[in-house]
Ligand binder design. Structure first.
Ligand code: 13P
Ligand code: SF4
Length: 307
């Protein structure tokens, strides 16, 4: 987050609103970004919901408040639009754990296998795969595939999907989310002792013993729906703590306890109001992808969105 020596937050919010109109821009924010960014966004959501919004919007400019792979996905879906990533080094640690050459090597070793790629991956990696998925639709996508599946880059999501579908022909890559991979069954047991009866939900990027110990493993968008539909008044939240702002905002009478307060994605926290202002003012940083990459990466993303 860059510093703001000149304006109060209220002034920045007003200036951002004006610039947004001038530029015919839309602000999309992931459920993990800081509260003040969620509050100025036109739409907050999980990776799948944000991809669908990016594909559908009539705006000329998309300001993507999230991490790079999300903004790249928006650019692949809407190459004619200006897609801005206000903090250019906001990345996803998991997306950096595999490159296109590694995918090519896996395909060489397992000819005939279908390559499923979690969207938390670079555009370059997506050019080498058959179909993308998010945590919201991974099982639905894999369920339709016959024969061996190479699942990249998230090993935990791959194992969780294999378990759910009772399949032993899914080959997980060794990537992981450093935040969700640290969650443990002990943490769940502790929270269950402290808050008896409170449903515990976790993200499917968590290790399989953790998802098995929870009441549900859900994408961040699905977590919001789960809470809306569940009559309990207290919930234990097993994902990045940024989502608690939205949960509290939408459910003021309910209480949300983080599985651990250490679950912070540093890249999601880099953005502030000043960055959004500068992005809209200077139209920076623009996501640039070459035509070939967009063409090749689009198929797997379109296949995912069509389901
Ligand atoms: P969702 O698609 O569930 O929002 O997850 C994205 C992510 O990066 C989780 O760590
Ligand atoms: Fe990537 Fe994990 Fe951050 Fe999600 S929480 S963006 S998977 S590092």
């Amino acid at each position: 987050m860059s510093s703001n020596p000149d304006f109060s937050d209220a002034e920045l919010i007003e200036i951002i609103g004006n610039l947004k109109k001038q530029r015919n821009a839309v602000i999309l924010a992931h459920n993990y970004v800081p509260a003040e960014i969620q509050d100025i966004a036109d739409f907050c959501g999980d990776s799948l919901e944000l991809s669908i919004k990016a594909a559908d919007t009539a705006a000329d400019v998309i300001v993507f408040c999230g991490v790079r792979f999300m903004a790249e996905t928006a650019k692949i879906l809407s190459p004619e639009k200006t897609v801005l990533l206000p903090v250019s080094d906001a990345g996803c640690a998991m997306a950096q754990m595999i490159d296109a050459a590694a995918v090519r090597e896996l395909k060489r070793l397992h000819p005939g296998a279908t390559v499923v790629c979690y969207v938390n991956s670079t555009a370059e990696v997506k050019t080498e795969v058959d179909v993308c998925c998010t945590s919201a639709n991974a099982a639905k996508i894999v369920e339709k595939l016959k024969g061996e599946v190479i699942f990249v880059p998230d090993g935990n999501l791959a194992r969780n999907v294999a378990h759910k579908l009772k399949r032993d022909d899914i080959m997980p890559f060794k990537g992981y989310c450093p935040i969700h991979n640290r969650f443990t069954v002990e943490m769940i047991k502790k929270r269950r002792r402290e808050f008896p009866g409170a449903p515990v939900f976790v993200h499917p990027e968590c290790p399989p013993d953790v998802t098995a110990a929870a009441d549900a493993a859900l994408s961040t968008g699905m977590m919001l729906k789960y809470v809306r539909e569940n009559p309990s008044d207290t919930f234990v939240v097993g994902t990045e703590i940024g989502i608690i702002h939205r949960l509290e905002k939408e459910n003021p009478a309910k209480k949300f306890v983080p599985l651990t307060t250490q679950a912070v994605c540093p890249d999601m926290k880099k953005i502030g109001l000043w960055d959004v202002y500068v992005a809209l003012r200077d139209l920076s940083e623009q996501i640039e992808l070459d035509e070939e990459t967009v063409k090749k990466a689009r198929g797997p993303i379109d296949r995912m969105i069509k389901g």
